[in-house]
Design a protein. Structure first.
Length: 66
């Protein structure tokens, strides 16, 4: 049983999606998150979608949160 749980844990961690990108407006301290909707964006395209979303906010003065 422990082997099955270990295999499931490894399998699900290997398939993790790209991380969401959080940005903050330095003046208002408003925080937004760019995270692709898995029902609307193909899994292989989520990283590009997140980066394009973040780029739009960065053009408006937002900064990425590390």
């Amino acid at each position: 049983m422990k082997k099955v749980a270990l295999i499931v844990a490894l399998a699900t961690s290997a398939c993790s999606a790209p991380q969401a990108i959080q940005l903050r407006d330095p003046q208002t301290r408003h925080v937004v998150e760019c995270k692709a909707d898995p029902w609307a964006v193909y899994s292989w395209d989520t990283k590009r979608w997140n980066e394009e979303c973040a780029a739009r906010y960065e053009r408006n003065g937002f900064q990425r949160i590390q």
